[in-house]
Design a protein around this ligand. Structure first.
Ligand code: GDP
Length: 448
């Protein structure tokens, strides 16, 4: 899996990592190579472009952490961007099947012929049985392909999972009804429906799937696609997701896919999480798809990533300690505000302490909702930079004349400066209130 991409990226980072300093040109050159590596891995062009643009901006805008090299930080940035591309931290949770309903939960498998749908149905059934101790019933609704139902029955015997007895001549919707009925009566936890495939996406197939979904009301509709078909797999997924409410994708034949383009583009193009990867013909060759782990496998630089994480945590710790001592005194000047804004930018979130300050929380919410983006944070930073040291320590000194100077110096407007001052004022007030409540300890006690 991903061998060729791994090799390419490995080469790019080896050249970067040892270096003590990186210029913007170095970063841009490295990111260009990352882009080529992604395209060679058959990642969709717009996806590769967006990936590299976002990572480049982050890498150039970052503050270098103590105790790691800039190259190491770039590795971490690319790692994080990969995790995001593969589904993000939400993807970890999404990799699970959501089967929490009054049993039987229904999992409907859809996909083109030959994608590995029947094999994957049996693999998932086996996994649910052995790992989660679920009682699973499988039913094949494929009445087109001769012996499709027998194939599932054979696999069922192999993995020791029950299959619905075959009744000749029944149509897919009838079979789905009968399967649901049996599953209910016989106390099955999960019913897996293996639907018919086609050679191409066609309307008859889509209509049949919709009719089955109406009857079976599945909790999960999983699309099975062959990763070896690269961008075609992504196109198939796009087609299917326009017609049926897919809850996830299973990528088969990842064992033979050295490039990985389908896996890398799938989430960005279709918005659907990859839930499992098929990694062989054997019934146990199925892996839950964890974006973090897959990114780690692609880069093979887990040590660097955790080193940078630890360094970032250390900085956060220092910031937190400084904040704690300021809080105790009820102080909050422009430098404190800048430290917090910087942290928001670096970490994409607030430290535990700043999270308690109402104004900061609001700012964070605005940032998460997209109302404040990184550029606004950078502008605030520029305004604070344009203040004198005295002004930063005592913002009340900032009169109309000084506001004009600060706005000019930072390429902003007096209105922007006013907004910043107001935000700071609100936070400083909150700090004073916290002090009155007996400092942080008092506040913690109040919060229980
Ligand atoms: P369906 O027509 O979509 O139901 O496809 P099948 O389940 O019959 O699978 C077609 C072929 O692909 C079979 O020979 C499977 O053993 C094989 N296959 C399925 N998944 C994988 C996988 O993850 N890796 C490999 N190497 N082969 C697979």
């Amino acid at each position: 899996m991903f061998e060729s991409l791994s090799d390419r990226l490995g080469g790019v980072f080896d050249r970067l990592r040892g270096r003590g300093a990186l210029t913007e040109a170095d970063v841009r050159a490295a990111m260009r190579e990352v882009r080529v590596a992604l395209l060679e891995a058959d990642v969709a062009l717009p996806v590769a472009r967006q990936f590299v643009d976002a990572a480049t901006e982050k890498a150039i805008g970052q503050n270098v952490l103590r105790s790691v090299t800039p190259g190491q930080q770039v590795v971490k940035i690319v790692n994080d961007a990969l995790v995001e591309l593969l589904g993000g931290s939400a993807g970890e949770e999404e990799a699970q099947l959501h089967l929490a309903v009054t049993p039987p939960a229904v999992v409907m498998m859809v996909g083109l012929q030959g994608s590995g749908k029947t094999t994957t149905t049996a693999k998932i059934a086996r996994r649910l049985k052995t790992r989660e101790n679920k009682k699973v019933l499988m039913a094949s609704l494929d009445v087109n392909r001769p012996a499709a139902q027998e194939q599932l029955a054979t696999l069922g015997t192999q993995v020791d999972v029950a299959t619905l007895p075959i009744v000749a001549g029944q149509q897919p919707v009838e079979i789905a009804r009968r399967a649901l009925q049996s599953a209910k009566l016989q106390g099955y936890d999960v019913l897996m429906l293996d639907t018919a495939g086609r050679l191409h996406v066609d309307q008859a197939l889509m209509d049949e799937m919709k009719a089955v979904a109406d009857v079976a009301t599945p909790q999960e509709i999983l699309l099975v696609v062959d990763s070896l078909t690269g961008q075609d797999a992504v196109n198939v997924a796009t087609n299917f997701s326009e017609q049926v409410p897919l809850t996830g994708v299973v990528l088969t034949r990842m064992d033979g896919d050295a490039r990985g383009g389908a896996a890398l583009s799938m989430r960005a193009v279709t918005g659907k999480p990859i839930k499992f990867a098929g990694t062989g013909e054997k019934m146990d060759a199925l892996e839950a798809f964890h974006p973090g782990r897959v990114a780690g496998r692609i880069l093979g630089m887990g040590d660097v990533v955790s080193l940078v994480e630890r360094a970032a945590e250390a900085v956060q710790q220092e910031d937190a300690e400084r904040m704690a001592s300021r809080l105790a005194k009820g102080q909050f000047d422009m430098d404190d505000l800048r430290a917090q804004l910087g942290q928001m930018r670096r970490m994409g979130g607030l430290g535990a302490l700043a999270g308690m300050i109402p104004g900061m929380k609001k700012a964070q919410a605005a940032m998460n909702s997209g109302a404040i983006d990184e550029r606004i944070l950078l502008r605030m930073d520029a305004m604070i930079t344009s203040m004198t040291q005295k002004e930063r320590a005592k913002p009340e000194l900032i009169n109309a004349k000084r506001k004009i100077r600060i706005a000019k110096g930072s390429g902003t407007t007096v209105q922007d400066v006013n907004k910043l001052l107001k935000m700071h004022q609100e936070m400083a007030n909150a700090m004073k209130r916290i002090k009155k409540m007996g400092g942080l300890k008092g506040m913690m006690a109040m919060l229980g």
